[in-house]
Design a protein around this ligand. Structure first.
Ligand code: UD1
Length: 420
């Protein structure tokens, strides 16, 4: 198990420029979408993170040819030689479920392991399954696997009971190759869903209502080649914005889409940070000495992202006063809090709320990371905790952050990876 060691300080001031990578959550569905065509798809601005390598392993098992050249990948799934996503891969990355819709639509069958529980909550996939059944798939759950088949799918009207990013993506992909018209209601509005629709449209899909709650898809017989740019990672960008706010830093973030971060930026401004748009893809944050408490409630886009909850909680430990953090998306997403307590934070959890009382001087300690975004939050805390912090089990971090230690080092952090 690898560890990260940080020598932190209350007086750390992160300064400099950081290039934000492509979005993990946009590239995973884009890779799954390449199953829908037998032609080559070229994806640019791909973050080289562990989840990308996991889904590429899965794609190769399904029969795809995949080549990586720097941050570009070329995928061609001319023939499908397997229709199975094993438990081993799905357990490593739940987003493997994204191959279900494309496999069914192109190949007529798919066997995908059921994801089961996960560190941040129960995460069912019933909405993916109900949607695909409405398109005409026959789905059985047996021996821990989703066994799906369909002689022919047909268009349908499907309203998601609640917003689901992965469910929306799976259904859009399946409907793109499904005869007739499919109307999807209560779709997720996340920019990653829009980025997927843009790729599918380049491949020849007929999709109306991109970026809206109701999306209409007219199925086509086949999809073709495309070159597509993955959007910047708004969660990585948000993590660096918080690093700036937390350290009274002066950080310039490049290659981003600032409007994807509107809700977070508003909260950061209320909390005292100065944020300037230097140009359409560049933001500068200047942290303030006096951080003001802010309440947040996570909700689907454009609301406050659950993937930024842990990092924002760390910022609030340094605010003068009490903040209430409400988590509405996942039912166990407070695992970072026990670790923050070890560093000296004052936080009480009550149901879906964390009550953060600041300002607490943090001091370094040995802690453990339990999931991807929790790991990022612990790194942020380690930066401002006086002395040495060692974070165990940091593999989670590599699932979604490209070169995070290098990027933080270039801003002045003392951070290194230790082999376990
Ligand atoms: C995606 C993101 C993840 C983010 C999450 C919420 C990817 C690869 N991952 O995950 O980083 O934290 O969105 O923004 O894009 N639900 C059901 N039934 C379903 C599906 C979901 O009840 O069939 C529930 C979930 O348990 C959760 C909520 O809906 O409470 C939202 O989940 P969903 O949007 O589907 O998350 P993911 O797509 O898994």
């Amino acid at each position: 198990m690898e560890k990260i060691r940080i020598i932190g300080s209350h007086n750390l001031r992160l300064k400099g420029q950081v290039r934000i990578s492509g979005a993990k959550n946009a590239v995973l569905p884009a890779i799954a979408a390449t199953i829908l065509t037998d032609e080559k798809v070229h994806l640019e601005n791909v973050p080289l993170v562990k989840d990308v390598f996991t889904i590429l392993t899965l794609m190769k098992e399904l029969g795809a040819d995949c080549h990586i050249n720097r941050n570009s990948i070329f995928i061609r799934t001319k023939n499908i030689c397997s229709d199975e996503a094993s438990y081993e891969l799905v357990r490593a990355m739940r987003a493997s479920i994204l191959v279900l819709g494309p496999l069914l639509a192109r190949h007529g069958k798919a066997i995908v392991a059921l994801p089961g529980g996960c560190a941040i909550g129960s995460r069912p996939i019933d909405l993916h399954i109900h949607g695909l059944e409405k398109l005409g798939a026959s789905i059985k759950l047996e021996h821990g696997y989703i066994n799906a088949s369909a002689k022919k799918l047909h268009g349908a009207e499907i309203e998601f009971e609640k917003k689901t990013v992965g469910g929306t993506e799976n259904l859009i992909m399946a409907a793109s190759l499904t005869k007739g018209e499919t109307i999807l209601k209560n779709c997720s509005l996340e920019p990653e869903v829009t980025n997927l629709c843009e790729l599918l449209i380049k491949m020849g899909a007929k999709i109306d209502g991109v970026g809206q709650e109701t999306i209409r898809i007219k199925g086509v017989e086949e999809l073709g080649r495309a070159t597509h740019q993955i959007i910047p990672d708004r969660i990585e960008a948000g993590t660096f914005l918080i690093a700036g706010a937390l350290t009274q830093g002066d950080i310039t973030l490049t290659h981003i889409q600032p409007h994807h971060l509107d809700t977070l930026i508003e909260k950061l401004r209320y909390s005292g940070a100065r944020i300037e748009n230097l140009n359409p893809t560049t933001l500068r944050i200047l942290g303030s000495e006096d951080i003001k408490p802010q309440d947040i409630t996570t909700s689907p886009y454009p609301g406050f992202p659950t993937d930024m909850q842990a990092q924002f909680t760390v910022l609030m430990t340094q605010a003068d006063g009490t903040s209430i953090i409400t988590e509405t998306i996942f039912d166990r997403r407070f695992s970072h809090i026990n670790e923050l307590l070890r560093l000296g934070a004052n936080i009480e959890v009550s149901g879906d709320k964390a009550i953060v009382k600041g300002k607490s001087p943090l001091s370094g300690a040995e802690i453990i990371a339990s999931d991807l975004r929790a790991s990022a939050s612990l790194i942020l805390a380690g930066l401002i905790a006086n002395g040495e912090t060692t974070i165990n089990d940091v593999e989670h971090l590599d699932r979604g952050y490209e070169k995070i230690e290098e990027k933080l080092k270039s801003l002045g952090a003392q951070i290194e990876r230790l082999q376990g």
